[in-house]
Ligand binder design. Structure first.
Ligand code: NAD
Length: 264
């Protein structure tokens, strides 16, 4: 076929439903000719992911829980057998105990710190290692991060610390994999109402605050994040690696927020 992504095969991890950022990226890639595989986390989400995969003619690559190394290995072995190679990979996975995405960061428990870092930061590294042998002619890896890695955001807490580790991982992986022509980048998305975001305290307020203060005076959609993803996953960005690119209506450039905010 033709199109920007024609002949490219990619694995997308992190679709939970049709509001997922990973779904926005999947749609953009499919629209431009990519052949896709999707993983799901657990049987409950399989019911959501199966019809979405069918909508894009995507392969369902099976269950993957990033805390279980054997489920990761099984997915990549399956892709090796099916495709023999991989051109791109999307990591749109994060988790923290909802109880700790509220209140003070200082109260983070050791157990949830460990779990949040494992699922939200380390998983990118282990997935990249599994993908590397399938990307022998080069590839593009993309993860999702948030401004809470750079600046303190209310309630984001341990997830902000994990995103900082994730962004540093992007830079280290970019160096490790660059000589093999594999690029590693992150999109820093503005707040979007998804399943994961519903766990963050006062999320409605955060959306309103962004709408009021972002240069574009609105929040972003999964389709807009998806189209930015298309740039990173296609050859358009072939000279770019180790980058954290904001898709946030410009929110991150604003220093002083408006004082005359309406009652939000
Ligand atoms: P989502 O709930 O749709 O997606 C989160 C995904 O993480 C789900 O598919 C879930 O199954 C997966 N996941 C969680 N724990 C897992 C595990 N142990 N193993 C495998 N998968 C696991 O929400 P989303 O907002 O689309 O989140 C996708 C990414 O985007 C996350 O990294 C999130 O931090 C990031 N992000 C979200 C926003 C936002 O406002 N929604 C903003 C910036 C960045």
């Amino acid at each position: 076929g033709n199109g920007l992504m024609a002949g490219k095969r990619g694995l997308i991890m992190g679709v939970a439903n049709n509001r997922s950022i990973a779904w926005g990226i999947a749609k953009s890639c499919a629209k431009h000719g990519a052949e896709l595989a999707l993983t799901y986390q657990g049987e409950a989400l399989k019911k959501r992911v199966d019809p979405l995969a069918a909508e894009l003619g995507a392969h369902v690559a099976g269950h993957c829980d990033v805390t279980e190394e054997d489920t990761i290995a099984a997915v990549f072995e399956g892709l090796r057998q099916k495709w023999g190679r991989l051109d791109f990979l999307v990591h749109a996975i994060a988790f923290s105990d909802k109880e700790e995405l509220d209140g003070r960061y200082i109260d983070t428990s050791r157990e949830n710190f460990r779990r949040t870092m494992d699922i939200s930061a380390y998983s990118l590294t282990t997935i990249a290692r599994h993908a590397e042998p399938l990307m022998s002619t080069g590839g593009s890896i993309l993860t999702l991060t948030y401004y809470g890695a750079e600046k303190v955001m209310p309630h984001y807490n341990v997830m902000g610390v994990a995103k900082a580790a994730l962004e540093a991982s992007v830079r280290y992986l970019a160096v490790d994999m660059g000589a093999n022509g594999i690029r590693v980048n992150a999109l820093s998305a503005g707040p979007i109402k998804t399943l994961a975001a519903s766990g963050i305290g006062d999320f409605r307020y955060i959306l309103k605050w962004n709408e009021y203060n972002a240069p574009l005076k609105r929040t972003v959609t999964i389709d807009e994040v998806g189209d930015a993803g298309l740039y990173f996953l296609s050859d358009l960005s072939r000279g770019v690696t180790g980058e954290v690119h904001h898709v946030d209506s410009g929110y991150h450039v604003v220093g002083m927020k408006a004082v005359d905010a309406p009652d939000i």
